[in-house]
Design a protein around this ligand. Structure first.
Ligand code: E4P
Length: 216
């Protein structure tokens, strides 16, 4: 399973990229607004200069034509930009047109296997089931990820599953166990994935023991 960073915060992206474990970034209008960026294109190009992998940028258009035009524009920003389109009738219509033009789409706001199936049939390169939001509503978010992976494997779909709306490190473990191709994680969760009190204690003990002998 690959790891994407789910943020529009440039400092966090720079820090995370140094670790060498991030192969993409996902953004959305809420994440842009959180960091006060209204220049979506400029922000995405800045992210592209840091991370070479797929960078998702979301459309805001509603009708199919509006989405298609906007998506073509976003896709032209850089070769690694992926267009995020929500699962709606207009979104599916747009995805099927864009897929024929080789525009890579990340079908977002996915909350059911049926939506994921339709996204794959329309030609989406990625589908993003929102695990945390489903859990919040009392549903089994990671169960959905596993079910989508199962259906895609059964029919040899090439659409990749991005476990999204990740809230804590155990979500990442479960996403990997469910067979998600990618988990897109907030910076704080990435840091929590690295952290373990026994590693911290072990490092402190090694240093302490070495200093004792070095001073002797
Ligand atoms: C995915 O691409 C979305 O940006 C993100 O995971 C949404 O998560 P949230 O539920 O934390 O807003």
């Amino acid at each position: 399973m690959r790891i994407f960073l789910d943020t529009a915060n440039i400092d966090q992206i720079r820090e995370a990229a140094k670790l060498g474990v991030i192969s993409g970034v996902t953004t959305n209008p809420s994440l842009m607004s959180k960091v006060g960026r209204s220049d979506y294109r400029e922000a995405v190009l800045e992210i592209c200069s840091i991370v070479a992998g797929p960078i998702s940028a979301e459309v805001l258009g509603q009708g199919p034509e509006e989405i298609i035009q906007e998506a073509r524009g976003i896709a032209s920003w850089a070769p690694n930009v992926v267009v995020k389109i929500p699962v709606t009738p207009a979104g599916l219509e747009a995805i099927s047109v864009l897929a024929k033009e080789q525009v890579k789409v990340n079908m977002t706001l996915c909350f059911s296997v049926n939506q994921a199936l339709l996204g794959a049939l329309a030609g989406a390169a990625y589908v993003s089931p929102f695990v945390g939001r489903l859990d919040d509503a009392g549903h089994d978010g990671m169960g959905l990820v596993a079910d989508i992976v199962d259906v895609y494997e059964r029919y040899d779909f090439t659409t990749e599953v991005i476990a999204a709306s990740i809230r804590h490190p155990l979500h990442c473990v479960a996403a990997a166990q469910a067979g998600a191709h990618i988990a897109t994680v907030p910076y704080d969760v990435l840091m929590q994935m690295i952290d373990h009190p026994m590693t911290t204690a072990g490092v402190a003990k090694f240093i302490q023991d070495w200093e004792r002998i070095a001073k002797a």
